[in-house]
Design a protein around this ligand. Structure first.
Ligand SMILES: NC(=O)c1ccc[n+]([C@@H]2O[C@H](COP(=O)([O-])OP(=O)(O)OC[C@H]3O[C@@H](n4cnc5c(N)ncnc54)[C@H](O)[C@@H]3O)[C@@H](O)[C@H]2O)c1
Length: 137
């Protein structure tokens, strides 16, 4: 069977992540769309619009938890046999005035927006390097 290139997009339920997932599918890649459990209804809707189980996998994940990122990548590889593109798009933004924000909010923002990008790439590299036939980097 011919190998189909594939991508995992975090924060895919809406906004930029959704648009990236739609574009990647239009370009012929199989796609895992990943987002918070609270976004499950949006993921179900998007998965139905993008294709069937051969080309689309929907995963509930909180990317601030490294173990959940690992599980999402593993589910993707189990489904599609490799991982070519990791789009670490999920992110949050504090919209309140600086004086009204808390240290906890900033820690959460850094954890989701910065640390998670490193985690996603680290996990993807692990997958790529244990599967040399799939190396694309
Ligand atoms: N829209 C902009 O102008 C803009 C500008 C600069 C950077 N960004 C960044 O681009 C990315 C996408 O922006 P957007 O406007 O589409 O945002 P959005 O809020 O519309 O979508 C973000 C998605 O990420 C998901 N998400 C948030 N935290 C998550 C977590 N812990 N685990 C899994 N999923 C999580 C949300 O559920 C949501 O579906 C974000 O990282 C954002 O910070 C956006």
């Amino acid at each position: 069977m011919e190998y189909r290139r594939s991508a995992l997009v975090t924060g895919a339920a809406q906004g930029i992540g959704k648009a990236i997932a739609e574009r990647l599918r239009a370009d012929g890649l199989a796609v895992t769309i990943a987002d918070l459990p609270s976004s499950a209804p949006l993921l179900v809707e998007l998965a139905a619009a993008l294709g069937g189980p051969d080309t689309v996998l929907s995963v509930a994940v909180d990317v601030s938890d490294p173990a959940q990122v690992d599980n999402a990548v593993q589910a993707h590889v189990d489904q599609f046999g490799g991982l070519d593109v990791m789009v670490a798009n999920a992110g949050i933004a504090i919209t309140a005035p600086l004086v009204e924000t808390t240290v906890q909010q900033w820690r959460r923002t850094m954890a989701v927006n910065l640390f998670v990008v490193c985690q996603c790439v680290h996990t993807e590299l692990g997958v790529v390097y244990v599967a040399p036939a799939r190396r694309r980097l």
